[in-house]
Design a protein around this ligand. Structure first.
Ligand code: SF4
Length: 226
């Protein structure tokens, strides 16, 4: 391990201790989880949750139900999550595709190894690398590290330079202990929200300040807060 990797691994251990986050997808229908992740694209979790609640008042969120659900009504239900005119037809197309390819049962992907399952998911309508990995991580408990906007930002500040999704995801996965990868991704997100915020990070009270190469830059620029 390089000194850089050792330092990041030790910062990740701090986050794992600090954020014992729970898997919000546990006990939910696998397709319902996928729709939640799609809805959370380009909006906040709060708005995505609101949209899901609205949708569940009108229908069960399964491939069968959504394949037949009027798309306009679907767009109205999820409006709070933004881009509803694009998201609604995409979700319906996804429902139909899941029926056609897996008989409506996404859990069939359980039989594939992680690489294949990733490839399958990424080939579905509207499913990019992040959405696929969040689903694999939360539903199939696969040891992948999905990258969302918080994780990209925090990683950059820690000193990662790559802009390649798969490369960064693999690097972080490599630095997290196997069984903790699921928690690791949620812990970095929680940390990004609480401390390493986009505009004015809380470097002055950050638990990782000692190891972070960006702290000085934010402090000198007067952008760091407590
Ligand atoms: S010291 Fe600042 S930039 Fe570095 S991880 Fe903490 S909050 Fe983020």
């Amino acid at each position: 391990m390089t000194p850089f990797s050792r330092k990041v691994a030790s910062m990740l251990r701090v986050l794992l201790r600090r954020y014992p986050v729970r898997n919000w997808a546990r006990g939910r229908h696998p397709f319902d989880v996928l729709v939640s992740i799609v809805l959370s694209q380009a909006t906040t979790d709060v708005n995505a949750d609101r949209a899901m609640r609205q949708l569940r008042k009108l229908t069960r969120v399964t491939p069968k139900d959504l394949a037949l659900f009027p798309v306009r009504k679907l767009a109205r239900a999820i409006r709070v999550a933004g881009l509803s005119k694009q998201k609604a037809p995409r979700i319906q197309a996804l429902a139909k595709e899941v029926i056609r390819r897996y008989g409506g049962d996404l859990l069939r992907l359980r039989n594939l190894d992680t690489k294949e399952a990733r490839r399958e998911l990424r080939s579905l309508t509207g499913i990019g690398p992040k959405t696929a990995d969040v689903w694999l991580n939360l539903v199939l408990n696969r040891e992948v590290v999905p990258l969302d906007t918080h994780i990209w930002r925090v990683s950059r500040r820690w000193g990662f330079r790559t802009k390649d999704y798969d490369r960064l995801s693999e690097k972080l996965a490599h630095l997290l202990p196997g069984r903790r990868r699921q928690q690791g991704h949620l812990a970095i997100i929680a940390f990004g929200r609480e401390y390493c915020q986009a505009r004015r990070p809380r470097c002055l009270s950050c638990p990782l300040a000692d190891g972070c190469p960006s702290r000085k830059r934010f402090v000198n620029a007067g952008r760091a807060k407590v």
